[in-house]
Design a protein around this ligand. Sequence first.
Ligand code: GLC
Length: 419
Amino acid sequence: MSSLEDAIKAVYDTNFRRHGKLSYTVPSPDTYPFQWFWDSCFHAITLSYLDIERAKNELRLLVTGQFANGMIPHIMYWQVPPHNAFPEIHWGKRRTSSITQPPMLAAAVWRIYEATGDTEFIQEMLPHIDAFHRYLFRNRDPHHIDLIATVNPDESGEDNSPRFDRVLGLSDPRHQFVDNFKARLKLVDDLRAARFVLKNKVDLRHWVYDVPFNAILAESLRITSLLAHHAGNQMIAMWSEARATKVRAAMHDIFRRRHIYQSVYGTRLRHIPTRTWAMFMPLYAGVASDLEAEYVVENFLLDKREFALPYSVPTVSLAEPSFDPSGDWRGDWWVGTNWRGPVWMSTNWFIIQGLLRYGYIAEAKKIYHSSLELIKHSGFREYYDPLTGQGHGATNFTWAGLILDMEELLKLASARDQN
Ligand code: GLC
């Protein structure tokens, strides 16, 4: 085991929590002491290199929190620590939140399958993955456009990303975090007051058809089709593949605006032009044409005025007025995240996969090396300043574990390239 692997294992051991016969990993003991949906998927991917049983158990516990309608809530409060710093939010549910996060479960199960060849585990997880996908199409596509909408920015996983400023009614790109947080809490209150009946009661103007969420969904459906195939479930395999095709086509038709894919919102599907890392996600889903991929790589990823900063890849372009690289905590209000510029390990992981899909191996390697440098110099932090490399936000944060998967993906891509 390399020293980096040892260091990752140490973080994962500190953040390990048992729950009955199963277990989970808290993203950060001080800042995020519960189980989070997409975090658990990142954890399972990391754990597929370190401890397969633990990877499986984390996903097994995750799906015990799935609602009867198929939704997987994004936070599960299995146990509240005595000195809890996480703000109390009135979700209107008993031990969970009432909103979701990007559909990462299939990708996590796929990594476990790759490591083990275990089809029984696929069989165990498949109904949960499928029920979640069906929930999304039933409840989050009110206009039947084959794209899924998020009802709260937190559902994207990028809580305060400037992509959502407009729907939150925040016109100042440098507004205080507290104003952003309050606007998101208001959406939680509205949802609770509407008794979670999305279609009829919640104001559709707040709905965002987000590029990363739908890119992750398209991949999730494609992977589910593969998983179902391996587990001998042709029904799910066919349904998922057909849906994946539809989502990809809709992304192409609705998101595309002058070579770039932009999230849209509201009943009139208005484009959100804010330049964030989201523009690289059509590569992850294989939706972009070769020319479109080249366009965003050349004009944005590799441009020093946009995303080519000393440390890769900032979540928001340097050219945006909202760009805020350090993510320092301001004021005395609880501030735990910053998606307005800093580098995150999850977004680098997604971008690397997209680049490899289109043959940009050197560019992907550069992001991997930048990620490695950030972890080595600034440790296991929530996010990093793309200008200085300094770490910010939560400490003992788990997502740097994804570096193990980035390394493996690059190894595989380089080997393929040489053949
Ligand atoms: C923050 C992040 C979100 C993550 C959670 C736990 O809210 O924005 O993506 O799931 O922390 O790490």
